[in-house]
Design a protein around this ligand. Sequence first.
Ligand SMILES: NC(=O)c1ccc[n+]([C@@H]2O[C@H](COP(=O)([O-])OP(=O)(O)OC[C@H]3O[C@@H](n4cnc5c(N)ncnc54)[C@H](O)[C@@H]3O)[C@@H](O)[C@H]2O)c1
Length: 461
Amino acid sequence: MPLKAAILGAGAIGAGWAARFLLAGWDVAVHDPAPGAEARLTATLEAARRSLPMLSEVALPPEGSLVMAPLAKAVEGADWVQESAPERLDLKHEIWAEALKNAPQNAVCASSTSGFTPTALNGGKGRIIVAHPFNPVYLLPLVELVGQNTAKAAATLHRIGMYPLEIASEIDGHIADRLLESVWREALWLVKDGVATTEQIDEAIRMGFGPRWAQMGLFETYRLAGGDGGFAQFLAQFGPALKWPWSHLTDVPDLDDALVQKIATQSDAQSGHLTTAELTTQRDNNLVALLRALKQQGSAAGKVLNTHDKSLTPPPPPPGPEPLVTLRRTIPVDWTDYNGHMNESRYGQLWSDAGDTILVAIGMGPDSPGSQGASWFTVDNHIKYLAEVHAGAACEVRTTILMAEGKKLRMHHEMYVGETLSASCTQLLLHIDMETRRSAPPAPEVAEKLSKYAKAHSRQQ
Ligand SMILES: NC(=O)c1ccc[n+]([C@@H]2O[C@H](COP(=O)([O-])OP(=O)(O)OC[C@H]3O[C@@H](n4cnc5c(N)ncnc54)[C@H](O)[C@@H]3O)[C@@H](O)[C@H]2O)c1
């Protein structure tokens, strides 16, 4: 039976959680008393359905079911209750009082609160933990976990492709928002004092330290800045500067009408030509592209995504008469070009990945021990592009083994979007001795496995 998540409050954060769980195959029950809550939830789900699958090289599990429900009904039978109501302690206490009465004893009970501690939420005793995510919850992996017994929650978050950061100490604002707030406070001063506009501050971040932070964080970046002398050298060089009066530290500018107006006007001039929906798509496309680049390097958030992909990859199909489903995936936004469709160069990746599924099946995939000392090289591809394919399309590759003889392996791959045949490729691979890097017959056990696949298909032709 699918697991169930109860989402209490479906604003920016709650809707993002709903999308995370739903797209991980969980059943989701949402409670939000506001008029229009369901419509806002639908808009977030649409954005998530478009972008989250693009992060993965394999298909996500089938979606669970989604219902709107009164609070008591929503939490009934839930494995995870996530409260994401407005940041007011009295309101959160009220919601939890009812939720705890009706939720199963073993359900994870978590709040998205940006600032309150578990002690404040529990009123001294209780089992509510903090699971503080980042917006958009459906794309960013980080969840700060604070409170007692967070191990079960952490394991679940790993399974749905997120990155739990367990924090032993309870402090208001946890870790990440404290860091963000010091930058935010400084930025407010820079605007108020007329030193920088909102646009200049954003450029200072995205042209410089923003990308640096995305892949190395703060301390690793500064360690590198210290050169071979490492952090000690960095601190010797830049430590004294911390005493210079650069920063206003905790002194916050008054958010009076004048400052609010100044920021709003500058921000309108900077981004007012874009609708919220356009900005959301821009942000999500950029995040998908950045995170996919980190996946390619197996680094930072990319490492989390690769591990999750592995857990979602089905075993290769056994030999059988029908074409074999060798790949199911979504076409990511960075695979498309100026014509607005999948670029021809990306089809090579698709055939290569589909072919790898067969190689995994015969014990010669990229990670299998059989690949030691030998591999298969593609020497010929005949591709037909039959229909346009756009970003976000869910595709399936069906593969027929046309011939497996000695060192030659010929396969025919067909790419389907729905039931539309969108492209095909007849591919010839040669078995290679990786020491001589010349073609050579495969080991007898590999040849035998391969011939089972080929025979099953030859009976069909
Ligand atoms: N916005 C962020 O970037 C961010 C990031 C991480 C965590 N958080 C935290 O997440 C929580 C929600 O923030 P948000 O930005 O999604 O707020 P939001 O205002 O967008 O959404 C809150 C939702 O809760 C609903 N709500 C109000 N009363 C309710 C009730 N009694 N029961 C159920 N739902 C109710 C509202 O109708 C609204 O849809 C806050 O605790 C916030 O600190 C926010």
